[in-house]
Design a protein around this ligand. Structure first.
Ligand SMILES: Nc1ncnc2c1ncn2[C@@H]1O[C@H](COP(=O)(O)OP(=O)(O)OP(=O)(O)O)[C@@H](O)[C@H]1O
Ligand SMILES: [Mg+2]
Length: 516
């Protein structure tokens, strides 16, 4: 006897269980509908009973099956289709000696068994489908949780970065102000260190903001070679101490690309750190090769970071660019290095790819060559702020320490300064007296910067051209869209005093602001 499963797509019957002395004849067999007694029963959608199947004209067997049945003396057979909701889902076959007739009770018992079998098969199928749906549901749920986690993290980071940018503005701003004055020689170095460390914190905040989605990279002409060399210089000492030799194979010349040098340095730093960590995980020494090259067409530049560490396992390889994917111990890796790097390159119109096998891992950075020289150098010479003697500026900002810094910087250059704590009171000020310059924050409780600017432009278009925004809210895409559209100089907190002066100089040109 045997049970078959019906495959409606193929129109085939597959043996799934068989029992008895001649079971091996049918084990693993696949029958077409119409073949053998079960195939016939399924084709006719009804029970088929015979005392000698080999003489049955309606039933067709392949010669070897026929021979096997004859050899075992089997001829009496029952073929029963199995139904679930009117659909055929399988079939049952029962065989016995040639010439034997099945009694009515036997037929009844076999039919009852067939009904139970059909029920069991259908239940198994439903169970498998349910399992499948459950797995899919779990996957979707995991993705949702991950997405929610990322979005919560983004908000958290954006909030923290925003809070940090104000105090950092003050630390860096006053530090630089001190350095531009006559600081006692013994104080100079400590103040320089303060400013440098403040800058370092600002950089961390920027990276966090980058991750928290995001603003376009700065656009300046960059030589990838220089970026690679500068990053290597940061790590080469440590690498040597770790017993890792660094070899370079640089293209003789590399065409320039447009991008953000600091962000690209971050990419190479991540790749070098990963290479170093991978090597040292396996053994106490190794080799890193850094190569640069240009595509044959001259349209792309490439940089490879190659290490001879253990390589990336095949199942981990597709996941290394996922945020928070890490194989490192808790506390030693966050799994953000590659995903941030991937994001940075994407924003540059480039790519980050990986190839890995035992003993060699190659990360490749690909960047498009700049075709538009006019879009190039942004690192223009910073202009010094023009004298504010006889002029009045309005500072609209709700963070007292930042107000303090901006007022101090302006007064240094002879400006008279009024202060308002938000867009609404700012507008009252503008109505009450003429101003030569407005420095405004973006996000304020008492009327935000965008609204304030729009009202001023309606009331006094000339004054609207004398606007400078300072913002700590670089993760806010809406704010960026507004600033792009308004064509108003923006300085990001924490800012360098030189950048502040440059922005003031730009809007104070006789013909209004000059775009960088
Ligand atoms: N050169 C490499 N060789 C072998 N495995 C690597 C290499 N670079 C990355 N990986 C694998 O990819 C994972 C993700 O790397 P990624 O830089 O994103 O995170 P991380 O290094 O674990 O943590 P983080 O960079 O945030 O400190 C690593 O944990 C490691 O398993
Ligand atoms: Mg890393």
């Amino acid at each position: 006897s045997a049970v078959f499963r019906f495959d409606p797509d193929e129109g085939t019957l597959h043996e799934i269980a068989s029992h008895g002395p001649s079971a091996f004849v049918i084990r693993g067999i696949v029958l077409k509908v119409g073949d053998g007694i079960v195939g016939r029963a399924v084709a006719d959608r009804k029970v088929l009973v015979t005392a000698d199947v080999l003489r049955e004209l309606r039933v067709h067997y392949r010669p070897e099956q026929r021979a096997a049945l004859a050899a075992h003396g089997i001829g009496a057979m029952i073929g029963i289709p199995l139904f679930a909701h009117e659909r055929i889902i399988g079939a049952l076959a029962v065989g016995d000696r040639v010439g034997r007739e099945f009694s009515a009770e036997e037929l009844q018992a076999v039919q009852a068994f067939a009904d139970q079998t059909a029920l069991a098969l259908e239940n198994a199928r439903l169970y498998a489908t349910a399992q499948d749906s459950l797995t899919r549901l779990r996957d979707t749920q995991a993705q949702l949780v991950q997405a929610a986690k990322m979005s919560a993290l983004g908000q958290l980071v954006s909030g923290v970065a925003h809070e940090l940018n104000n105090p950092l503005s003050v630390i860096i701003g006053y530090g630089q102000l001190l350095l531009s004055r006559d600081v006692p020689e013994s104080m100079r170095r400590p103040v320089e260190l303060m400013v440098a460390q403040g800058d370092r914190m600002a950089k961390i905040v920027r990276n966090l903001l980058f991750f928290a989605r995001q603003r376009p990279p700065e656009r300046a002409a960059v030589n990838l070679q220089t970026v690679v060399e500068q990053t290597l210089a940061l790590r080469v000492h440590q690498l040597t101490l770790s017993g890792i030799t660094v070899e370079t194979a640089f293209a003789p010349t590399l065409p320039e690309i447009i991008g953000d040098a600091q962000q690209l340095e971050q990419v190479f730093l991540n790749l070098l750190l990963n290479a170093e960590q991978a090597i040292l995980e396996a053994r106490p020494q190794g080799r890193i090769v850094v190569r640069t090259r240009v595509s044959d067409s001259g349209d792309f530049v490439y940089a490879d970071v190659v290490d001879d560490g253990p390589g990336i396992a095949a199942d981990a390889l597709p996941r290394v660019f996922e945020p928070f994917f890490t194989t490192k111990m808790v506390g030693s890796g966050t799994g953000l290095g590659l995903s941030v790097s991937y994001g940075i390159l994407e924003e540059h119109g480039g790519r980050l790819t990986v190839q890995s096998r035992r003993g060699e891992t190659i990360f490749t950075v690909e960047l498009p060559v700049s075709r538009a020289p006019e879009a190039a150098p942004r690192m223009a010479v910073m202009r010094a702020a023009p004298s504010g003697a006889g002029r009045v500026a309005l500072v609209v900002e709700d963070e007292p320490s930042v107000v303090d810094l901006v007022v101090t910087l302006l007064k240094e250059h002879g400006w008279a300064v009024d202060v308002a704590s938000g867009g609404r009171s700012g507008l009252e000020r503008v109505a009450s007296r003429p101003y030569d310059l407005i420095i405004s924050d973006m996000r304020m409780a008492d009327g935000d910067g965008a609204e304030f600017y729009t009202s001023v432009r309606q009331r006094a278009p000339a004054l609207a051209r004398r606007f400078v925004f300072i913002t700590g809210d670089t993760a806010n895409e809406e704010a960026w869209a507004f600033l792009e559209g308004a064509q108003v100089p923006v300085i990001e907190k924490p800012f360098q005093s030189a950048a502040f002066e440059d922005a003031v100089a730009r809007v104070m040109q006789p013909d209004g602001p000059v775009r960088p």
